[in-house]
Write a protein that binds this ligand. Structure first.
Ligand SMILES: [Fe+2]
Length: 326
């Protein structure tokens, strides 16, 4: 008999802490209970798990096929012997990407298939800052007025991390599709509805974050204003935002189909090392289209036009409309 305790977050519309459970040794019955809690609460915090990479992979695989498993979400390398390498330069594409992810987003919406689940496990954390924040797109949708619900019903936005890097921090990564970032900065943009019907709960939620731009049928100014206002609405109420102050050993798991997240800044000279595992979405509900499909052409065109605007508009941002030096 399991002693597992699932305790909803106080004062929040979403989220729960799960105590008295060992995720490394979890029965199928307890996993079924956790999976229901995950769908119900949107995110789960598991203190004192102290996952290694293989354990992160193993737990992630219980949710489905992985996009990747047990990878460093870090500002430093981890060597095979377990020691850590030098802190990355803030000009590197790795750090530019990390800094970009300090703006609200859901994972992998810039890929053909967006993500189902994200999981992070804390190994090394800075004394200050570096939190992960989550926001509930479902409670955000529920709180919209009827007029806005009608306005956005049927609208979609393109999603691209070439766009979000440029728009948020003035970073224009190479889009040659090669190297470690070939699946991230690829010059494609994927069209996704502003309102997502959750494939497992049937509940509607907003589906916008930093990667979203270019709503077809709206002017550029209208599209930017609408996406910004929806995001501000979601994170504008404390009950819809949760800040995870990491403790070493924590594992945090959230539903990428419903939950926004962002990293918080910290002193980038200090080490921060989290293990990341990402579960792929189901093609039936998370596939937009593939680059070779005819509809991909509209996304490429919209992105090219948008980046032309942003070239001149983002010289004031952190990276000043430059390309990473790698
Ligand atoms: Fe992320």
């Amino acid at each position: 008999m399991s002693n597992m305790q699932i305790i909803p977050m106080t004062g929040k519309a979403f989220g729960a802490t799960v105590n008295d459970v060992d995720l490394k040794d979890l029965s199928d019955n307890d996993f079924a209970i956790l999976h229901d809690a995950f769908l119900n609460h949107g995110f789960l915090l598991f203190p004192e798990q102290h996952f290694a990479e293989v354990e992160s992979v193993a737990f992630g695989e219980r949710f489905g096929e992985l996009e990747f498993g047990g990878l460093p979400m870090a500002n430093q390398q981890k060597h095979r012997d377990g020691t850590f390498g030098e802190i990355y330069d803030l000009q590197s594409q790795m750090m530019r990407t990390n800094v970009g992810n300090e703006t609200w987003h859901t994972d992998s919406t810039y890929k053909p298939i967006s993500s189902k689940v994200a999981m992070l496990s804390a190994v090394v954390i800075p004394d200050e800052g570096g939190q992960t924040e989550l926001a509930d797109l479902r409670a955000g949708y529920d709180a919209l007025d009827q007029q806005t619900k009608e306005l956005i019903s049927g609208l979609s936005a393109f999603h691209s991390t070439n766009y979000s890097q440029a728009n948020d921090i003035g970073d224009f990564p190479d889009t040659n599709g090669e190297g470690a970032y070939g699946t991230v900065y690829h010059g494609e943009a994927y069209l996704r509805p502003l309102v997502k019907i959750h494939p497992e709960t049937g509940r509607p939620n907003l589906f916008v974050g930093r990667h979203a731009f270019g709503i077809p049928g709206l002017s550029r100014a209208e599209s930017r204003a609408l996406i910004r206002s929806l995001l501000e609405h979601v994170v504008g109420d404390d009950s819809r935002v949760y800040t995870n102050n990491w403790a070493v050993g924590d594992t945090l798991l959230w539903d990428n189909r419903r939950i926004l997240h962002r990293a918080r800044p910290y002193d980038y000279e200090k080490p921060r090392y989290l293990i990341g595992t990402r579960v792929a979405g189901d093609p039936a509900s998370e596939l937009a289209y593939y680059p070779e499909d005819p509809e991909a052409e509209a996304g490429r065109k919209a992105l090219t036009e948008e980046l032309e605007h942003l070239r001149s508009e983002t010289t004031d941002r952190r990276y000043g409309a430059t390309t990473a030096t790698f």
